[in-house]
Design a protein around this ligand. Structure first.
Ligand code: WTA
Length: 650
């Protein structure tokens, strides 16, 4: 985090106690809950689990053999049953489960009854295509109802889904399919984005030239005539044709608590993205309980999480958390600025959204656009606001509170990760006095600490590494097909605790302040990208000899990608080369990884043992005085770079 941001954090001193309306009637209003949960962790989570349906109750709540946790051991349940059938049986058959808004303005409302029919049909389709319990199914879809339907259908029959964000390139999709060894792929002919078509099926055709495990592809017709596609006989099947013949009855299979629910790939510090494993019982209980308490869910709430389901936020808080609670969840296919910059607020008005959950980068974008866009719409249905994905700067927090929440809605700043599965550090809206910019306190039962380099807890207001000291039900169970990396990545930095990769401090009142990643992961608009991945994409280009990638502070995106590149002999630097290399990264990973800046360097600053010193590159890119250069093999290298950079930046 930049000095500028830290300064701003320190300037904002207002605090926001819970509004009286929340104190009167919140789902969780008991201050003692933190102590209760800390005293009896297993009892605390067992009480949450008891609110859900189990085919067979667990024998043991927690089996903790560091670093391996099993939750609700011996229990049998099904998350698709809990997200659908439990509500149909409980009088919510005609309640809206999913409200979908398509980019061109089309809409679809699926009640819990509809959802049971559609999910059961698609579960039968999957079975007919040879998908069995324990198989992996890849999903590469836009934000359309078929996406949650496909996920819930997998869960219904015990197949693990692997959703790949529609913005990833063909090559990124291929890597994920191959690592997951997926048998079936579900996709669409295309998706809509700002009036243009995202050519999903074309990417799929390219990806599938190298995916031996895929036997069948199911294609949703979303854009139709607007973008005709090639259907490969015997492999590709239209979704609507298969669904027309499928039986609407498919009972949910009782699954062991620890059976794999899904894989989701995320960036780490080294190597290719890793497949984070989430399992059935603990993930279900964790997302259910956090959803209910943090968002203070009432039966008539309309909840809208603006994330894409391709990320963990969408898995946990568009699909599983809301549906496990029998809530109404909104999903939107397009972007916030199409056809105009008031689209999000038009959606809030149209459906009476009462809780909105979005990212700081989006809020900063809305601030830049100006208050006239939210002012055009009736936002009086809102009662609670949430944010996730990166530290929120207090200015953005205050703006959100004022111009979206009308000064009356608490803001829950929620910290968590793909690996944690559920929110772990967060306010509870009826209990927590808010400080703008602070995610406040660990959720009841969650153990969080801040360690120094030596693994000792730091003093108040001292920065350090955020670690988690107790297991939680939705925690990852490992990295798919790479057990060693699980131990190395999360459990080796400090003995006995989970290392988050985030920096944090705690103030004198015990509030947690997240300070950004401390490892080689960049957070661009709330999306995680490993510097290593972008470097690999760059050196994959024949013109490039070497590349070093860093994250630099960016006003809207939080961080942006900057790349320092040395070219091979005879290659010409210049604007054309910059464009070509940016496109190359997009092709290898996806548009989200496009570098903001590329700077050519004759040489990269290295230590005598040959390690690139990214710290110094950050100093160069952010225009700071260079830090300690004494360990460099040749200090002149970085001086030259700095001079060049300043010249180019004007
Ligand atoms: C960052 C997204 C500060 C953090 C759910 C974490 C946050 C990474 C917050 C995980 C927050 C997420 N305040 N930082 N409220 N929420 N982060 O896996 O660096 O895509 O490690 O999961 O996002 O990103 P991921």
């Amino acid at each position: 985090m930049s000095d500028r941001t830290i300064e701003a954090l320190l300037r904002e001193e207002r605090t926001f106690p819970p509004p009286a309306s929340f104190q009167r009637s919140a789902v969780m209003g008991d201050k003692q809950i933190y102590d209760t949960a800390a005293r009896d962790l297993e009892g605390f989570w067992a009480r949450a689990a008891e609110e859900l349906h189990w085919f067979k109750k667990w024998d043991k709540v927690l089996d903790w053999k560091l670093p391996y946790a099993k939750w609700f051991v011996g229990g049998q349940t099904n998350i698709s049953y809990n997200c659908i059938d439990r509500h149909v049986a409980g009088g919510r058959r005609t309640k809206a489960a999913i409200i979908w808004e398509g980019e061109p303005g089309d809409q679809r409302v699926l009640t819990y009854g509809d959802l049971r029919r559609e999910v059961s049909k698609f579960a039968n389709v999957l079975k007919q295509l040879g998908v069995r319990r324990g198989d992996r199914v890849a999903i590469y879809l836009p934000m359309i109802p078929e996406l949650p339907i496909a996920m819930l259908a997998c869960a219904r029959i015990g197949a693990a889904h692997n959703v790949v964000f529609g913005g990833f390139s063909a090559e990124a999709l291929r890597d994920r399919i191959n690592d997951a060894q997926a048998k079936v792929l579900i996709t669409a002919d295309g998706g809509w984005r700002r009036g243009n078509i995202v050519p999903l099926k074309r990417n799929v055709d390219e990806a599938l030239t190298g995916t031996p495990t895929i036997e069948n592809v199911v294609v949703v017709k979303r854009v139709g005539e607007a973008a005709p596609i090639h259907i490969k006989e015997g492999r590709d099947h239209w979704w609507h044709r298969l669904m027309a013949e499928a039986s609407p009855v498919c009972e949910a299979v009782p699954l062991d608590s620890e059976e794999m629910l899904y894989l989701l790939y995320t960036s780490g510090t080294t190597g290719k993205p890793k497949g984070i494993i989430h399992t059935t019982g603990g993930y279900m209980v964790g997302t259910y309980q956090t959803m209910k308490w943090i968002f203070d869910l009432a039966p008539d709430d309309v909840f809208w999480c603006t994330a894409d389901i391709g990320w963990v936020t969408g898995h946990s808080y568009i699909v599983y958390g809301p549906l496990a609670n029998g809530a109404t969840t909104v999903m939107y296919e397009g972007t916030a600025d199409y056809p105009d910059k008031d689209r999000n607020w038009a959606i809030v008005e149209k459906y009476g959204v009462s809780i909105i959950y979005t990212a700081p980068t989006a809020i900063r974008t809305f601030m830049k656009w100006g208050t006239e866009f939210p002012a055009k719409r009736d936002l009086s249905s809102l009662r609670l606001l949430g944010t996730v994905g990166e530290p929120i700067n207090p200015e953005a927090w205050i703006w959100y509170h004022q111009y979206i929440g009308g000064g009356r809605c608490p803001v829950v700043d929620t910290w968590w990760q793909t690996e944690t599965g559920m929110i772990l550090i967060t306010p509870l809206p009826a209990l927590t006095t808010l400080k703008p910019g602070s995610a406040t306190h660990p959720f009841p039962g969650v153990g969080a600490e801040i360690f120094n380099e030596q693994g000792q807890p730091v003093k108040a207001n001292e920065g350090g590494y955020l670690v988690l000291t107790r297991p939680w039900p939705a925690m990852l169970r490992g990295i798919y097909r790479d057990p060693d990396r699980y131990v190395k990545q999360y459990w080796s930095r400090f003995p006995g605790v989970y290392f988050t990769g985030d920096g944090a401090k705690r103030d004198a009142d015990g509030y947690f302040w997240l300070l950004g990643r401390v490892d080689d992961v960049i957070n661009v608009s709330g999306h995680r990208i490993g510097t290593y991945e972008v470097e690999s994409a760059l050196v994959d280009n024949p013109a490039v000899a070497e590349a070093a990638v860093i994250g630099v502070t960016h006003d809207i995106k939080g961080q942006a990608i900057a790349a320092f590149v040395t070219l091979k002999e005879g290659q010409k630097p210049g604007p054309q080369m910059v464009e070509m290399l940016k496109e190359h990264v997009v092709k290898k990973i996806g548009a989200l990884a496009r570098p903001e800046q590329i700077l050519f360097a004759g040489e990269l600053p290295k230590t005598r043992s040959g390690k690139i010193m990214r710290r110094l590159l950050r100093d160069v890119a952010e225009g700071r005085v260079l830090g300690d250069t004494t360990t460099l093999a040749d200090p002149a290298v970085v001086e030259t770079l700095k001079a060049r950079y300043e010249e180019e930046a004007g």
